[in-house]
Design a protein around this ligand. Sequence first.
Ligand code: GLU
Length: 473
Amino acid sequence: MTKSSNATFLDSVNRNFDRAAAYTEIPQGILQQIKACNAVYEIRFPVRIGDKIEVIEAYRAQHSHHRMPTKGGIRYNENVDKEEVEALAALMTYKCAIVDVPFGGAKGGVKINPKEYTEDQLERITRRYTTELIRKNFIGPGIDVPAPDYGTGPREMAWIYDTYLTFKGGDIDAAGCVTGKPVSQNGIRGRNEATGRGVFYGLRELCDTGDAMKKLGLEKGLKGKKVVIQGLGNVGSFTGSIMQNEGDITIIAVSEYEGSIYSDKGIHIEELMAYRKNTGSILGFPGTTNLPNKEAALELECDILIPAALENQITADNAPRIKAKIIGEAANGPVTADAEAMLNKAGIIIVPDMFLNAGGVTVSYFEWLKNLSHMRFGRMEKRFDSNTYSNFVGLIEKMTAKQIGDREREFLTRGADEIDLVRSGLEETMVTSFQQIWETYKTKKDIDGLRSAAFVCALEKISNDYSSLGIFP
Ligand code: GLU
């Protein structure tokens, strides 16, 4: 990706904003304030790599302070620049508003290819980056809370947390300075799978919506839908395996750096991941055919195409060849604004990133709440609930003079663990948000698609936070 494609990305986000803003009554000044990126910290810092000093370029953009703290991941990628983090930070603002996560949007980026560094070097880069954020007050549980993004994960979050703690040991809420931490280090169960699981709940809702399926000429329900996935990183792999295990879909093609593969019988994602780990490639996976190139998978006939890699994957160039009925944006910004206009015209339903991949930040919010409350979810009520259910079961047995089997008893009398509560909170969030977006889509006359509807929901919520300015009632 070149610099100009990051400009395309930021431009797409802003054009999508303008298109949706026209469906609202929000005054221009408020719209300008919502759209503007509030602050960007651009950093260059030295890190010793081998026997040389390398100057690392990095960013943290805080798009909106209408709610605090600001929130968003940190990306490690060679193509990071100011425009990209600004675009991603803006998406975070809208995303948080859509799923009622009370944060402003932010995003960080370090312009490196993490594969070119040792673990030790990555740790030094991460710790130095965190130190720079601390120096400028760009991180903290009430200020700005990073999380994983492309090229980072729980390991990096643990380094960030530990660095923060070194400087701010007296801060009782220090663990809330970053989310996506390992469970053993104040993380939360279910965060790692959260974005993929959210994609599953979001697409399941759409496929259960009769009007939508009728429009596409598809059967109601996720079961048996033919799916193509681009990208097997954290989001793509969890999306694939959860949709396969719990949604009974058929994954007919997968695309990665090295190429793409196809099978009309279905590709088992967990087995494919194991195969790739052994061979270094998805190509040649037993039972599949290699397609001519990695782009070919996107252009296959299918029910749902899930881009789960990076931005700008579906552009005006390949949009005319897309034959999917639904595009589920698991990645941020995979469809450009130009492509979207063409796809909307072709009757394809695009489920927008700012809703569909919001599962990650939703569970980040749960993690942050856990950190501030200093207690695991379920700790207080699990056994109390379990005992109450046992009493019920006992009563039923007494009244019916019948014994309930051991397996049923276990199922009926279980109190909720942290993972149960996290999944339930995530499901509730995705279902409720989908209903809000669908309702807006149905009621706003001539609205062009679900992205504009999602934007309208977000803009209306954010503008309410500016009512204290006295301009907007
Ligand atoms: N990087 C993820 C995203 O783009 C997660 C952000 C977070 O959890 O704060 O939504």
